[in-house]
Each structure stands twice: as C-alpha cells, then as structure tokens.
Design a protein around this ligand. Sequence first.
Ligand code: HEC
Length: 151
Amino acid sequence: MLSFRINKGICTFLTFSFLIIILWSCNNSKNTERTSTSYPNGGSELAWLMRDATDQMEAQKKAILNGDSINKLLLDVNHILTAVPTEEGKTTSPAYQAMAKQFLEHVGQQEQIPLEGQVEFYNATISQCINCHESQCPGPNVRIKKLYILE
Ligand code: HEC
C-alpha cells in the first residue's frame, strides 16, 4: 500500500514535470521564427539581417538630417558572411564573399567618422548596398536607392 502511494506520487510528479517541459518548449519555439506585420511570411537569417540593416540605415539617415551623430546608431552586419540565405549557396560565391568583405571593411570605419563627413560616408554605404544587390539580389534596390541623402 505504501509503495503504491509512493508510485502514485512519483507518477503525478513526472506528469507535471513533463507538462511543464512541453509548455516551456512551446513558448520557446514561438520566439525562434521571427515574424512581423510587415513581413508575415518570416524569412531567412540573411533576410532578417538585411531588414534590420535597412531599419538601421533609415535611423542613421534621420539622425544625419537632424544634425546628430551616427556614432550611437551603428549598422550591425557582422554576420553577413555566414548568415543563412533563403536560396542555398547564395552567399558562398566568390563575388558575394568579396563584396561582403569589402562592405564589412567599409562599415568597420563608421565609429570614426566626424560629423562633417557623415553624409559622404553614409551615401558610400548605400552605394555598396546597391552594388552588391545589382548582381546578387536586384529586387530591393528600388527601396535601397530611396535611402540616399540628396543634397
Ligand atoms: C554582399 C552583398 C550584399 C550587401 C552588401 C547588401 N545586401 Fe541586401 N541582400 C543581399 C542578398 C543576397 C539578399 C537576399 C537574402 C535572402 O533572401 O536570404 C539581400 C536582401 C536584402 C533585402 C530584402 C530582405 C527581405 O525582406 O527578403 C533588403 C531590403 C536588403 N537586402 C537591403 C540591404 C541594405 C539596406 C544594404 C546596405 C546597408 C544591403 N542590403 C547590403 C546581398 C547584399
């Protein structure tokens, strides 16, 4: 009788732990696939990196037009060489790798740009976005071109 009660206790305990683990992992998996109202179909790691980069460039443009420094609104494209693209093999070509490396080198200077050099530096960043997109993914260029600061 005593062993029956212990068994029942263990059983209840295990059932509860199991339920908690399931609920917990369900909650977690909701966070791994990013979706938003502007992009209801989700997207690859590289697509999200690019969307974030576009938002960050918009924020930089706004700051520059307000006369503020971009030093606190840094563009983060650190994973551009390794982020998983929608189309397999898209990022492994020598052309992509070369342009991505050149882009990283350019972006690496962003913290040292003085206020008076910001527009030129910012527009050079946009030119590099466009340059890679011309051969690798032309669609977004319509939108990217609108990011230029015209003086
Ligand atoms: C080295 C090449 C390269 C550079 C530099 C680059 N992109 Fe991209 N971009 C790509 C590729 C490839 C894709 C397709 C990603 C995918 O579908 O996985 C893409 C996709 C995009 C998309 C579409 C994302 C979506 O919703 O599917 C936008 C917008 C974008 N890039 C903006 C930018 C902006 C802004 C910059 C500059 C700050 C930039 N890109 C720089 C190669 C590049």
